[in-house]
Design a protein around this ligand. Structure first.
Ligand code: SAM
Length: 287
């Protein structure tokens, strides 16, 4: 990926303004981030999540009640799931995000002809995801989705998330969540971002080990797959490492079956033969 002799020190100066810590707190950076997400890998991950969401719901005739927690801008994804929801006018997909700017971008998609039908089943909800769950009636949800958001939940709030999910999901209901990293080991660079450990960049040929619940940060590149493009302004985001052991122990405590691994283990082969993206996921099923 990098030319000979090139190191992380030779990338453009960090243009990130400290006052914009998270891209979703500012309308321009929220838009730039959502445009950055229009890359192949991000779309393939959404397709994988769509396949897992559908599993077990294909034949459901009753209305489906679902929530996307930290939903972001991309209502232009999850085609199979939306098609299924649109079969029954009483189905509902709560699109929950704490950022009003992300929801404005989602609304822009709903105004396009090709996605306007989705407006009948989607409700945009500006709320912290934990507060949203807290305010739901018990045993109301068939499905909750967290694409790239579980690791925004800090270690202290993780138990509350599992507790709320166990109250709000119906029996047999599921949480489908992507996991940024299953291993405690992080590389310096991924397709879209540089990883910071203890707030610091580290050389491209090194790895770092995360402790349970430890914060790490991602600094997104302006262009996906191109570290030399510089960084997205406001694109530093804090995440928290939750090990599989911790997630498994919380699942047990709160009455869930849990499965962690590559998404391809979760769906039949014919679903993934055209989508070989590697993405770890966690699926919780309420007992
Ligand atoms: C990495 S983006 C993912 C967006 C979307 N799930 C996707 O995959 O395109 C993270 C999103 O989570 C939202 N978010 C972060 N913390 C949140 C919280 N505590 N409650 C609700 N939304 C949150 C942000 O505003 C942002 O839109």
């Amino acid at each position: 990926m990098f030319g000979e002799g090139q190191s992380y020190e030779s990338y453009p100066e960090d243009p990130i303004k400290e006052e914009i810590r998270n891209y979703w707190e500012n309308p321009e950076t929220a838009r730039a981030f959502s445009e950055l997400q229009q890359n192949e890998k991000n779309q393939q991950v959404s397709e994988a999540v769509d396949d897992i969401m559908m599993f077990g719901l294909e034949a459901q005739e009753e209305p489906i009640q679902a929530a996307n927690l930290g939903a972001g801008a991309h209502i232009d994804r999850y085609h199979q799931f939306f098609e299924k929801l649109e079969e029954n006018v009483d189905s509902k997909f709560d699109w929950v995000d704490s950022s009003p700017y992300m929801l404005e971008l989602a609304q822009e998609y709903l105004l396009k002809d090709q996605y306007s039908e989705r407006g009948k089943v989607v409700e945009l909800i500006n709320s912290d995801m934990l507060d949203y769950l807290d305010n739901r009636p018990n045993e109301a949800l068939d499905l909750a989705v967290m694409q790239y958001t579980l690791d925004h939940i800090d270690d202290n709030s993780l138990d509350r998330l599992f507790n709320l999910l166990s109250q709000k999901l119906k029996q047999g209901g599921r949480l489908v969540s992507t996991l940024t990293t299953v291993s405690p080991e992080i590389d310096s660079i991924s397709t879209n971002a540089r990883f910071l450990h203890q707030g610091q960049e580290f050389p491209d040929n090194e790895t770092r080990f995360l402790q349970e619940g430890e914060k790490f940060s991602l600094k997104f590149f302006k262009e996906s797959g191109n570290p030399e493009s510089g960084y997205l302004e406001g694109g530093v985001t804090d995440k928290y490492y939750h090990s599989p052991e911790r997630l498994e122990s919380l699942a047990k405590e709160h009455g869930f079956d849990i499965s962690i691994g590559d998404w391809k283990e979760q769906v039949p082969r014919e679903k993934w033969q055209d989508n070989d993206v590697e993405q770890n996921v966690m699926i919780l099923t309420k007992n």
